[in-house]
Write a protein that binds this ligand. Structure first.
Ligand code: ZN
Length: 503
């Protein structure tokens, strides 16, 4: 039987109960696999030879002799076991190495956004990093590496996507987390050494600075390598004088040691090629061009093979809203960073907190000539919350009130200028205008940063207060969910397109 006949046969017998995701139909020899849904859930449908179908866990709908073959139709849950079998049959379902291609990460906190993300990437020459979650986000959403990756792969399968895509274990601070992510099949690792970056060095006087510097085991070597050395970038001279060299070394040396340790672990442990990102963005210290130069030279010297580098760029980078600061000023300093990256070569610059930074995207893409990676996450959650506001205003109002109560405690780990008093009273906004809350910075950030509290909130019987209902709305209004989300991510991607010169 061919694909059309399989569909027809299934539709005749089960069409009143299950809807087929037509793009998902994949075949291997005479065995067919696709995603279907009833009015509550999605499933994997196995339409295959009986012995093949037996490996999948699920419920047999029928066993039949068709075209001389003993076949089974089996309805299976979207679990890890079934997905592992599918990944063996269809290797394109495995994430892969990205390298220096332009790339874009779409964090997905609810784990149901991948088909929408893929729609946004269609015909764009940008490598999608579809799985991307940080250790912190996983704690807040009660997920784990395996779940994050599995959800994305099911999404790829549903959309009929045959790759490629990457999987980024984001902001990892500990080797044990790297190990777990590697075990689950992640292909990209973002090392976050921020706990080892010193932010107090600028306050030291000369004597303290000298004293601390001399305590660094390889201080003499560093001095010999860099002191007085100048680097010409973009017609500008970057020089390591005594003070700047000591300050930069003290600020970053422990962090560099930590990165080297993590890299060596990964190199030994991960058998296949992987992408490595080093991120020093989540510290109060803005990365100066000279500091950028220093850390990169040190990583190269110590044999760390990395693809992406995330710096703390000039300006105010807040979650889920536009860039705050002088775009021109940013562009000026950024061009220096790009020049350094070009001079040293072999890596891309990575922009974190990339959600909704529409004004800097064209600069980022143009200046880097396509050697960029960008991360977004919260903006997908905001689009999902927006769809809840559109389709179930009462639920959204509950979420909004809850977010207001929790904002004070949840804002602690973020850099924000949110002013709750500027958000209109939720009780006076008509249903049809709730959507406008997602156009304003204060109300966007209110929902953005409280996502963990919202998703984890339980009543006294231990039942989720919002989470299950949010999933239900997005399941019921899936077309709206996919449309709003893919349009929004597409707005990001359209600003990044350009012809790129190889270097
Ligand atoms: Zn970051």
């Amino acid at each position: 039987m061919n694909k059309g006949e399989i569909l027809q046969y299934f539709d005749k017998g089960y069409g009143n109960k299950y809807k087929v995701y037509a793009p998902s139909i994949k075949s291997e020899k005479d065995n067919y696999f696709f995603i279907v849904k009833d009015n509550k859930e999605k499933y994997l449908l196995v339409f295959a030879k009986i012995d093949v179908s037996r490996e999948f866990s699920g419920k047999v709908l029928e066993e039949q002799k068709l075209d001389g073959n003993e076949i089974a139709i089996k309805i299976c849950s979207l679990n890890h076991h079934n997905l592992s079998l599918l990944r063996e049959i269809f290797p394109f379902l495995n994430p892969s190495f990205c390298g220096l291609r332009p790339s874009f990460g779409t964090g997905d906190r609810l784990g149901i956004a991948t088909p929408a993300h893929l729609k946004a990437f269609k015909d764009k020459n940008i490598f999608p990093i579809l799985a991307q979650q940080s250790v912190r986000e996983m704690a807040r959403t009660e997920r784990n590496w395996q779940k994050v990756l599995d959800d994305v792969i099911w999404g790829c399968f549903e959309a009929g996507y045959e790759g490629p895509f990457g999987a980024d274990a984001d902001h990892v601070k500990k080797i044990e987390d790297l190990k777990e992510a590697a075990d689950c099949g992640f292909t990209m690792f973002t090392l976050d050494p921020s706990d080892f970056i010193r932010n107090d060095i600028g306050r030291l006087d000369k004597q303290e600075l000298d004293q601390l510097y001399n305590q660094i085991p390889n201080s003499k070597e560093i001095k010999k390598l860099y002191l007085g050395k100048s680097y010409k970038v973009n017609g500008k001279e970057l020089i390591f004088d005594e003070k700047s060299l000591k300050e930069i070394t003290l600020t970053y040396s422990e962090a560099i040691n930590h990165v080297v340790k993590c890299y060596e672990f990964l190199k030994d442990y991960k058998k296949s090629n992987f992408d490595l990102e080093i991120s020093v963005d989540e510290t109060p210290t803005v990365t100066s061009p000279l500091a950028h130069l220093f850390v990169v030279l040190e990583f190269k010297r110590r044999g760390v093979n990395f693809q992406n580098l995330a710096l703390h760029f000039l300006g105010d980078w807040q979650k889920g809203i536009e860039y705050i600061g002088e775009v021109k000023q940013f562009a000026k300093e950024f061009s220096l960073h790009v020049a350094i990256a070009k001079k040293i070569g072999g890596y891309k610059l990575s922009l974190h907190t990339g959600s909704d930074k529409f004004s800097v995207y064209p600069i980022f893409a143009r200046e880097t000539e396509g050697f960029y990676h960008i991360k977004t996450a919260g903006t997908s959650w905001l689009e999902e919350a927006k769809v809840v506001a559109m389709k179930d205003p009462a639920l959204y109002r509950e979420i909004h009130r809850f977010a207001l109560e929790n904002f004070g405690k949840d804002r602690a780990s973020y850099n924000l200028t949110t002013d709750l008093s500027r958000i209109p009273d939720i009780d006076t906004i008509p249903d049809g205008e709730l959507i406008n809350l997602f156009k304003k910075n204060d109300s966007r950030q209110l929902i953005h940063i409280t996502y963990g509290s919202i998703l984890r909130a339980k009543d006294d019987k231990g039942k989720y207060i919002f989470k299950d209902r949010i999933y239900k709305v997005l399941f019921q209004y899936e077309e709206d969910h996919y449309r709003e989300l893919s349009n929004h991510i597409r707005r990001h991607l359209e600003l990044l397109e350009l012809k790129r010169r190889e270097r």
